[in-house]
Design a protein around this ligand. Structure first.
Ligand code: ADP
Ligand code: ADP
Ligand code: ZN
Length: 205
């Protein structure tokens, strides 16, 4: 089962991706997590990506395409995978289409005004990438791995506006792209985490 999650920043893609991947036993491929890992390692790619990410811009297509191609060639992707946050441009989708087939594209839809408070309150573990929200978890360490809880530098209100604009301009066209190819299923992301999970499962089974 080859899956893609699209949707605006803060829609809950990462939260649902973790649940779906553990339910179906497929790897969770988050380009955002991969880029943040590269930044932590201080690699050349990380240094280059950081400027774009901190400004709320997209990292250039060729950089993320290279990362994803390499990751999809690993053995654990043979039986399926979930791409979270990739593709984000039509050019990325076209390139992905040349390397693999996709079974489902899930569009997690949430109105913009709700996204800002989701993102402003987002906290994450800097070790295992677990996702939290201050309204429900306000500890300094991760309950899964004991890692430090941090706020992403690109989750500032100023950057969020940029990211939403970028989403509308560059990523939203993917919805039509995949609808035309009969791969798109829309899921209402303005519900509880459990309800959204159930809705996604019923699309997939
Ligand atoms: P969110 O979950 O809030 O949408 P991500 O963790 O997916 O954020 O991505 C964080 C940032 O990493 C993006 O704002 C962008 O700068 C960069 N990024 C992640 N995936 C891609 C991609 N497929 N193409 C270009 N840039 C990307
Ligand atoms: P994305 O990967 O799409 O950027 P995340 O999964 O990181 O989104 O979620 C963004 C924030 O919203 C996190 O703080 C997360 O805990 C919270 N969140 C996720 N799903 C829901 C939901 N259904 N209702 C309320 N808050 C949610
Ligand atoms: Zn953790």
């Amino acid at each position: 089962m080859n899956l893609i999650f699209v949707g605006p920043p803060g829609a809950g893609k990462g939260t649902q991706a973790k649940l779906i991947c553990s339910e179906f036993g497929i790897p969770h491929i988050s380009t955002g997590d991969m880029l943040r890992a590269a930044i932590r390692q201080g690699s050349e790619l990380g240094i280059k990506a950081k400027e774009y990410i901190d400004a709320g811009h997209l990292v250039p297509d060729e950089v993320v395409i290279g990362l994803v191609k390499e990751r999809l060639s690993e053995k654990d992707c043979n039986t399926g995978f979930l791409l979270d946050g990739f593709p984000r441009t039509v050019a990325q989708a076209e390139e992905l289409g040349r390397i693999t087939d996709i079974d489902y594209v899930i569009n997690v839809d949430v109105p913009d005004e709700k996204l800002v408070s989701r993102i402003a309150g987002r906290r994450s573990c800097n070790k295992c990438s677990a996702i939290y929200h201050v309204s429900t978890y306000n500890k300094m360490t991760c309950e899964d791995c004991g890692g430090d809880i941090i706020q992403r530098p690109d989750d500032s209100e100023e950057t969020v506006r940029n990211r939403l604009n970028v989403y509308h301009e560059k990523t939203k066209p993917l919805i039509d792209y995949y609808r035309e190819r009969k791969l798109l299923s829309a899921v209402d992301g303005d519900k509880s985490i459990q309800e959204i999970f159930d809705d996604i499962c019923s699309v997939l089974t």
